[in-house]
Design a protein around this ligand. Structure first.
Ligand SMILES: NC(=O)c1ccc[n+]([C@@H]2O[C@H](COP(=O)([O-])OP(=O)(O)OC[C@H]3O[C@@H](n4cnc5c(N)ncnc54)[C@H](O)[C@@H]3O)[C@@H](O)[C@H]2O)c1
Ligand SMILES: [Zn+2]
Length: 368
């Protein structure tokens, strides 16, 4: 069964296909996407994904008559750099990629963000297809945000650049390490928490199946997650307003990633703690305490952390948040749940309130 979602962005609209065994169809899908056979395709992948799946992709592309060049980056966030970006561009030039060529991103969010930025900038923009291989990438492959990191700040150099298609082969997820599975599920349940109450509770109820990578459960979860994200960006492609709700848990989460040093917490782990923090903040701003209880039970069911390590420095976390793009004119902007499945963008959160939340996130026991 192939699930299909359309990201509706006028002339930049594109399909997302989710299902088992889709990698071997990539040649056919590239023809459907309109990538011409005369122009070479560049497949970017990483050192963990390429040995497992690249051969299937290459065989399918060659079978359909494409010329393929590959560039394998070292696995990990450190590859989302200008230096690696330049190396990929060098490969593209040496292989003779032209204006009609396309870049295929086979991997997780790191490969997708880097390869997407290459596609957005090589000769001012060429074709682009996302072939995500992590659960987290259901989020990063949809929406068109592509970027590399600067040593001083994550995702600082980037663009909005939509792919022509997202091809999501669920079978590739079976080789994901358990920690990566939980981390990815944090963004899945986030989509429920912001816009779909029923789906958020469904994730808690089916947590065991999701963690076991049950194909049915996972297919449904990824379809809902992608559909919710697609709906949000369909209304606000360039984050002028409503798209910001996708950042639930991310202000605190990004600060945790920055302070811990990238790699100590995985992205999904950091935003899980951030989402627990947003729910605590909600209670401080007068929302029902049950939001916090339910959020925490959903996250823990999915194997995610909801507390900060006791040694975390509150000052460092606050400092990191000050540098965040979402900090404006002395006040902090937070995405705050109003109930499970609905959130508000609150622009005037006091720093002292955020500090109280951070302090509570460090305590072992529940705040009530
Ligand atoms: N563009 C966006 O909108 C957006 C949204 C969220 C996150 N992101 C970015 O995504 C990145 C995180 O993505 P991620 O969590 O997918 O990280 P990742 O790409 O680093 O993948 C995680 C790890 O799993 C390995 N891996 C990937 N697929 C595998 C598979 N099928 N089997 C075995 N191992 C596999 C990778 O090699 C890597 O070591 C961050 O850089 C983040 O900034 C972007
Ligand atoms: Zn995220």
């Amino acid at each position: 069964m192939v699930r299909q979602i359309t990201v509706d962005l006028g002339e930049r609209s594109y399909p997302i296909y989710i299902g088992s065994g889709l990698l071997k169809d990539v040649g056919q899908r590239c023809l459907e996407a309109g990538f011409p056979l005369r122009s070479p395709l560049l497949v970017v992948s990483d050192s963990e994904v390429a040995p497992r799946y690249l051969h299937v992709l290459e065989a399918s592309l060659r079978e359909h008559g494409y010329t393929v060049v590959t560039h394998i980056i070292p696995a990990g966030e450190a590859s989302k750099s200008l230096a690696v970006y330049e190396e990929v561009i060098t490969t593209a030039i040496q292989a003779g990629l032209d204006r009609s060529s396309a870049v295929l991103a086979l991997g997780g969010g790191v490969v997708g963000d880097l390869a997407g930025y290459v596609a957005a900038t090589y000769m001012r923009g060429i074709g682009f297809m996302q072939i995500p291989t992590t659960i987290l990438a259901h989020d990063s492959s949809v929406g068109g945000k592509v970027a590399v990191n600067h040593p001083l700040a994550k995702n600082m150099i980037g663009a909005f650049y939509q792919p022509s298609m997202v091809l999501y082969d669920i079978d590739t997820l079976l080789t994901l390490p358990a920690r990566q599975v939980s981390s990815g599920l944090a963004e899945v349940v986030k989509h429920g928490l912001i816009l779909d109450k029923e789906f958020a509770y469904w994730c808690r109820e089916h947590a065991a199946e999701l963690l076991e990578l049950n194909v049915e459960a996972l297919g449904y979860a990824l379809e809902r997650g992608c559909a919710i994200k697609a709906a949000v960006i369909g209304n606000d492609e360039r984050e002028q307003g409503q798209r910001a709700i996708l950042n639930l848990g991310h202000t605190i989460g990004h600060a945790i990633e920055a302070v811990g040093g990238y790699g100590v917490f995985l992205h999904g782990e950091a935003i899980a703690i951030g989402m627990a923090g947003s729910a605590l903040l909600a209670a401080k701003l007068g929302r029902d305490a049950s939001i916090y209880e339910d959020t925490v039970s959903m996250l823990t069911a999915l194997g995610l952390p909801v507390r900060l390590p006791a040694e975390t420095s509150e000052d460092e976390l606050m400092e990191a948040m000050m540098h965040d793009k979402k900090f404006k004119e002395g006040r902090m902007t937070f995405i705050v749940p109003d109930t499970i499945g609905s959130v508000s963008i609150v622009n005037d959160v006091q720093q002292s309130t955020v500090r109280e939340v951070i302090a509570q996130l460090k305590k072992e026991e529940s705040p009530w």
